[in-house]
Design a binder for this molecule. Structure first.
Ligand SMILES: [Zn+2]
Length: 68
């Protein structure tokens, strides 16, 4: 018995936004959770990052409000 190995290159869920790769989140909740975590990690004021729906697909990104 040999298991057929089909190489499926793992593409991290990201998409190009402008000149940057941004991480995609499946839901607004996931993106908001990630935003809160990122604010905490970077010492940013809460809600300085926010989730927004991507124009390119059915997923969400987080962005600095100033950049939006
Ligand atoms: Zn996107």
């Amino acid at each position: 018995m040999s298991r057929k190995y089909t190489p499926t290159p793992y593409n991290p869920p990201k998409c190009w936004v402008g000149e940057k790769h941004k991480i995609c989140y499946d839901s607004e909740e996931d993106a908001e959770d990630a935003a809160r975590l990122s604010e905490y990690e970077h010492g940013l004021p809460i809600h300085s990052l926010s989730a927004y729906h991507c124009d390119m697909g059915d997923h969400w990104h987080i962005a600095n409000k100033k950049q939006q």
